[in-house]
Write a protein that binds this ligand. Sequence first.
Ligand code: KG4
Ligand code: ZN
Length: 344
Amino acid sequence: MLVLAIETSCDETAAAVVRDGRTILSSIVASQVQVHAEYGGVVPEIASRKHLESIVPVVEEALKSAGVGIDAIQGVAVTRGPGLVGALLVGIAAARGIAVGRGIPVAGVNHIESHLLAPFLEQEVAFPYLALAVSGGHTHLYRVDGIGSYATLGQTQDDAAGEAFDKVAKLVGLPYPGGAVIDGLASSGDPAAIRFPRPLLHDGSCNFSFSGLKTSVLTWLQKNPEAKSGQELNDLCASFQAAVCDVLVGKTALALEQTGIQRLVVAGGVACNSGLRGAMERLAGQRGVALHIPRPALCADNAAMVAVPGDYYLSRGLAGGRDLDALPSWPLDRITRELAAAGL
Ligand code: KG4
Ligand code: ZN
């Protein structure tokens, strides 16, 4: 099936054409980062307006770059949530419009589900696998038993890992979004320079907490106000990143032990982080675990990943119909419960 996928949950307007939920024919991402950087974070109203301006050209570009006409598209998949409601509505309206106009089906897809299934765009992964979703809004560990079958093993009690990166970047005056900038500076810093706490690392649960770590950075900065540039900033970035990575890796190791699962997926924007990628590779090497971290373009928000669950649901007549509404908050476990209640 040839699927047109659309993603507008936050600050990227994205469209992709994907064959059989596996082969990317095109993947276009129009980022609004520059616009929001001025405000130090995503401004929801501006995000909606930018999506509105970009959605048609981005969809047209996706079709053009795939070398297919709209009449070749057999189904539309769109992110229905979680995300910013006004932003989601733009993608959903576009998807419904195309589906109604062409007389083809449309499926609403969960954004986190798309992140967790992104590895399938590169290679098949056997179920069950353990998945760490690390993004601007999520830090969750899931057991994935199949498409549509997810169980939450642990989650952040406060800030998400990406949010912690962005907030710490703001504290030291780095531009939004701060994750990639901290990652770059950290590569020239000493991760052992400052001993930041590893919150909840030894509490025996698979949960996370990052707001205290951010406060520790703030307290340290108040005592060391000169550390906002040069080598000291690099050391601060490296030390903060090491604390986040230690916790992410430690909790993932615990979840692997508790479940006995030998396959691991790390996904979401923070999975672009070079320190985290390296640390997860070491963990997988030590434990003999098969590790799948999609290439950075597939970890960050994109529409190609939406086509993986999208194709699955479309080809089975599931997930939606044309009356899709936005679901700004949509825990993954609900999908599993709803599919089970429907006998699927
Ligand atoms: O998945 P994503 O693109 O959007 C959401 O669904 O939230 O994730 C965005 C988050 C931002 O917080 C950004 O700072 C973070 O991912 N991020 C990184 C890196 N690249 C992006 N965090 C750490 N290191 C990176 N290299
Ligand atoms: Zn995302």
